[in-house]
Design a protein around this ligand. Structure first.
Ligand SMILES: Nc1ncnc2c1ncn2[C@@H]1O[C@H](COP(=O)(O)OP(=O)(O)OP(=O)(O)O)[C@@H](O)[C@H]1O
Length: 341
């Protein structure tokens, strides 16, 4: 059964900790004189509040990873920011990710941590786990070697790991333990903001639930904000306060998790939710026709129109803006006519 978490608006302060405005990030390639541009992040604006968990959903190749990599300031060519800005507010001090590179570098780990896709495999196989903590976190914590070790050990204990894992090599640990460790690494400096790409995807269902509970527990204890990506809507249902739905490089819908699940406003969101399995429901799931568009040559107008059951002529010509609607925002000329799943 799908259980959607209740949101926690009372504890969420109004001031955003992250503000993304008109962000465009494209893969710009040049093959033998032929330019090719993949518009992976195409005019995205969003804000995230303190103490909030924001999930980004969408099918494969929709641009989710490119978006959070760009937010983390962790992009390398051919991906480039062509327009827009990403600004954090750390303790009342604004940090513009693309205008203040050195300050951004200094903020990493201490204020902001990034758990990359497949990060449990980034632990160096030939070095003991303790070196990863030392390499990433020691210089940001301003502690003596002894106090640093004590802090890491108590942090590991708090997240359910025996401190003896520090003396182990990564291959001696299970996948679940390695993922716990990467979450431990990302949170040992108690950052205000955590960015995570598919943090539970490679794990089996039971370990996945365990890791989700851990992420939520750590987030609540630290009062930090999290933005995370997964294509798995059941993970969003379990931990996100709000969800943003990405389709073909654009944010097409956003809102409190419970509202998005109960009253989707965009036909693409309605499809994502309708295709989730439900206990006792033997109805045949109808697949969405067609494929996600090629982002080097996306369709005109609304990018979803070639696959949309509600598309009208206007959708083929005019891109719908993302506008406030009920408790969230939606980009659809026919929002309001979408039936709940
Ligand atoms: N290094 C790259 N060079 C060129 N294009 C790329 C590169 N990496 C990703 N892309 C393209 O950018 C688009 C968005 O990809 P991205 O990985 O951000 O999507 P995603 O939603 O995270 O997908 P997944 O869930 O499969 O990880 C896709 O069209 C993809 O082919």
């Amino acid at each position: 059964m799908l259980a959607v978490v209740e949101t926690k608006p009372a504890s969420v302060e109004a001031k955003p900790v992250l503000r993304v405005e008109g962000l465009k990030a494209y893969y710009q390639m040049n093959y033998f004189g032929v330019r090719r541009e993949v518009r992976a992040v195409d005019d995205i604006s969003l804000t995230i509040k303190r103490n909030e968990i924001y999930g980004i959903a969408g099918e494969s190749s929709s641009g989710k990873s490119s978006l959070i990599k760009t937010i983390a300031g962790a992009i390398t060519p051919p991906l480039r920011v062509v327009e827009g800005s990403v600004k954090f507010d750390f303790g009342g001090k604004e940090l513009d990710v693309y205008a203040e590179r050195p300050a951004m570098k200094a903020a990493r780990w201490k204020h902001l941590s990034y758990v990359m896709q497949g990060s449990m495999n980034v632990l160096n196989p030939v070095r003991k786990v303790k070196h990863a903590f030392h390499d990433f976190a020691f210089k940001h914590m301003g502690l003596s070697e002894q106090d640093f070790r004590a802090r890491v050990e108590s942090h590991l204990q708090r997240i359910g790991l025996d401190p003896r894992v520090l003396e182990a090599y990564p291959h001696q640990l299970s996948g679940g333990m390695r993922q716990r460790l990467t979450i431990g690494l990302a949170t040992v400096c108690e950052p205000e903001f955590i960015i995570a790409d598919e943090p539970t995807t490679a794990l089996d269902v039971l370990v996945q639930q365990d890791v989700l509970a851990l992420i939520k527990e750590v987030q609540q204890r630290l009062g930090s904000s999290i933005i995370f990506v997964t294509h798995d809507m059941t993970v969003h249902a379990a931990i996100a306060d709000r969800i943003g739905i990405v389709y073909a490089g654009r944010l097409v819908e956003e809102g409190p998790t419970i509202d998005v699940f109960e009253r989707p406003q965009h036909p693409y969101t309605a499809h994502l939710i309708a295709s989730l399995p439900r206990i006792g429901d033997t109805k045949k799931r109808i697949a969405l026709p067609g494929k996600p568009p090629n982002l080097a040559d996306p369709p005109s107008g609304c990018r979803f129109h070639p696959r949309c059951p509600l598309a009208i002529d206007k959708c083929t010509r005019e891109n719908p803006p993302l506008v406030p609607r009920q408790t969230g925002r939606v980009a659809c000329w026919r929002a309001g006519e979408v039936e709940a799943a």
